[in-house]
Design a protein around this ligand. Structure first.
Ligand SMILES: Nc1ncnc2c1ncn2[C@@H]1O[C@H](COP(=O)(O)OP(=O)(O)OP(=O)(O)O)[C@@H](O)[C@H]1O
Ligand SMILES: [Mg+2]
Length: 204
């Protein structure tokens, strides 16, 4: 599904990842590493949002090197950002989640139906008419995830998905991700969450 070979990554003048190789098939693969290790940068690089210095990225068996290579796969890979504010644009929670399916060509009626289903699935239907800028951090995280799931991705890339979640909501998220049965790459500082879900751990 996703394969990385001998990848090296710089941010500014700084070398953050060197010679990294791994493969994501059906497992939930956690990325751990201290603050600034390059977890978020790795996820951005896998979407083609930041350039790599060396190595190879394969998405669905195709080597991706430039914008034209990455672009067709972005709809099939769902990324949630570490800061959900980078992802949400509203105006309301429901509009936000419907935006992806509308973009994929669904009619408005269908897109809003899909969006509502995702809100139900994440148990946030009560937030549907809320402006996204009036949500709590945890509510924003769930909204961003609903938005990504509404596009029916085949792979999930999640950046610190438990940020801002209390124990109860973390358990909700854990149960949901377990149920999804999608290949996932999850950057997380949360060792308890990782212990519950990880099939494999990659340390940066
Ligand atoms: N836009 C940028 N320009 C230049 N350097 C950046 C940029 N964004 C991040 N960096 C640097 O790249 C390094 C890796 O950052 P990154 O956000 O990938 O780490 P991380 O492992 O996700 O950290 P955290 O655990 O805090 O989320 C850090 O040293 C950071 O300062
Ligand atoms: Mg990060």
């Amino acid at each position: 599904m996703l394969k990385v070979n001998n990848l090296s990554l710089m941010r500014g003048e700084q070398q953050i990842i060197q010679g990294l190789s791994f493969q994501l098939e059906q497992q939930r693969l956690f990325i751990q590493g201290e603050v600034g290790a390059g977890k978020s940068s790795l996820l951005l690089a896998l979407m083609g949002f930041i350039p790599i210095q060396q190595g190879e990225i394969y998405l669905f068996g195709k080597r991706c090197q430039n914008e034209q290579d990455f672009a067709p796969f972005r709809g099939r890979i769902g990324l949630t950002f570490q800061q959900p504010d980078d992802q949400l644009f509203g105006p309301t929670v429901l509009d936000d989640v419907a935006f992806g399916p509308i973009n994929q060509g669904f009619s408005k009626v269908q897109a809003y139906k899909i969006a509502l289903e995702q809100l139900e699935r994440l148990d946030i239907t009560h937030l549907k008419d809320r402006p996204v800028n009036q949500l709590s951090g945890g509510q924003k995280n769930f909204t961003a995830l609903a938005g990504v799931l509404a596009m029916q991705p085949e792979i999930l890339l999640l950046d610190e998905p438990t940020n801002g979640l209390d124990q109860k909501n973390k358990q909700k998220l854990t149960a949901l991700l377990r149920q999804l049965k999608l290949p996932m790459l999850i950057a997380s500082h949360d060792l308890g969450f990782s212990a519950e879900l990880a099939d494999e751990v990659l340390s940066l």
